[in-house]
Design a protein around this ligand. Structure first.
Ligand SMILES: Cc1cc2nc3c(=O)[nH]c(=O)nc-3n(C[C@H](O)[C@H](O)[C@H](O)COP(=O)(O)OP(=O)(O)OC[C@H]3O[C@@H](n4cnc5c(N)ncnc54)[C@H](O)[C@@H]3O)c2cc1C
Length: 357
């Protein structure tokens, strides 16, 4: 898209996910604050329905199906074609990171949560929070305008970090950086994604068996000081196979009404917390401590955050209340649309939208 029209589609952060599943359930990435989720930019879908018929869904035709498929798409049909709104790609993207010792967590997290809460309109910037290990954490700032003015302003809001890095990327290199391939020196700047040998190098993600267990929840309130210290002590006990990150849901994502599409996690939603255990090993049970920690983190998070919503694209088989967590107030309408378009529940999986509650 860059080479043919210098345009792009806002998609997820992670380079390993497919367009279809991520866009039908959400799709949050670096461009979310400016352009919303991937699903917010779907203009039309071609869908094979439960009768085996190819139909179109957009704002005017099959509009209730169009509403439902943007948030719960896999329960309603097979999409054979997506039409997305595209945007001019910026020439440069600025990325700045602030690194801190874990002892600074409560102070920095407090500033960050208030920054996200105040982020109510489309904005060029994202500020992501990653606790990669039990001793350090990082704030990553991204600015699509390519300059560092806003970073310098935001930096003043936070305490002095022990390390700062600043990089200005040409847009295609930013995508490779985001794919964590530049930093690993697996791909060079200027890599051509249409050359098979270059593309094959991206397979480093899957060259060895990887087992992951993630649990996540949304937070919709500002957390008090004593709870932030509690969270710090929880993070300090994190095994080396676990990372926890915090995805802000501000800007253009929040500006859309929770019932405008089937994706309900907007409005009062501030951020998503994801605890992820990952091992590169054929035996998924090689580090059970990591997996137990992720479950413990989720349970302890109930006390700290009183969470009751979960991102439907971070499917979690442990959840018993998954329908309420994934779809909230949109659930009743989703069930109605399901009955209209798939009355025999042909498109189903263990956590799909049912035909009755
Ligand atoms: C490592 C990792 C990183 C992630 N990073 C992000 C991120 O940065 N941002 C984000 O928002 N999410 C992220 N996710 C979550 C991601 O959005 C979901 O896992 C999503 O389902 C991936 O889409 P897929 O097409 O690859 O998945 P698949 O497993 O292929 O599909 C997921 C679901 O969609 C259905 N589906 C797939 N294709 C179609 C189609 N054509 N028509 C109808 N239904 C279809 C499948 O049946 C299935 O139910 C991440 C997940 C992982 C595992």
């Amino acid at each position: 898209m860059w080479e043919t029209g210098r345009v792009f589609i806002p998609t997820g952060y992670c380079p390993t996910i497919g367009v279809a599943g991520s866009s039908l359930g959400g799709g949050l990435g670096n461009f979310g604050g400016t352009y919303g989720l991937a699903l917010d930019n779907i203009l039309e879908l071609s869908v094979v329905n439960s009768m085996g018929k190819l139909i179109v869904a957009n704002q005017n035709v099959n509009s209730d199906l169009f509403w439902a498929m943007r948030g719960a798409g896999s329960s309603f049909g097979i999409v054979t074609k997506f039409t997305f709104r595209t945007y001019p790609a910026p020439d440069f993207v600025f990325v700045g990171t602030l690194n801190y010792a874990i002892g600074m967590f409560p102070q920095v997290m407090n500033i960050w949560q208030n920054f996200v809460a105040a982020d109510t309109g489309p904005t060029n910037v994202t500020l992501e929070f990653t606790v990669g290990n039990a001793t350090n954490f990082e704030l990553q700032f991204t600015d699509l305008s390519g300059n560092d003015h806003r970073f310098e302003q935001i930096r003043q809001l936070f305490p002095i970090p022990h390390d700062v890095s600043k990089i200005k990327f040409p847009f295609p290199d930013f995508l490779l950086y985001q794919a964590k391939v530049l930093s690993n020196e697996i791909l060079r700047p200027g890599t051509k994604m249409d050359i098979p040998s270059d593309l094959a190098r991206l397979n480093h993600f899957s060259s060895q068996p990887v087992y992951q267990k993630r649990k996540s929840f949304y937070v919709s309130k500002i957390v008090g000081e004593s709870q932030l210290f509690e969270l710090q002590s929880l993070l300090e006990r994190m095994p080396s196979t676990v990372a926890v990150w915090f995805d802000g849901y501000g800007g253009a994502v929040r500006a859309i009404q929770p019932n405008a599409t089937a994706f309900v996690h907007r409005g009062s939603t501030l951020y998503n917390v994801i605890a992820s255990y990952k091992v590169i090993h054929p035996d998924p049970f090689i580090n059970e401590a990591g997996e137990s920690y992720v479950r413990h983190f989720f349970d302890a998070g109930r006390e700290i955050f009183q969470h009751n919503e979960t991102y439907q694209n971070y499917v979690d088989e442990d959840l018993l209340d998954y329908l309420a967590r994934y779809y909230g107030d949109n659930l009743a309408r989703l069930v109605q649309v399901k009955r209209n378009y798939d009355p025999d529940n042909f498109f189903r999986n263990p956590q799909s939208v049912p035909i009755r509650l």
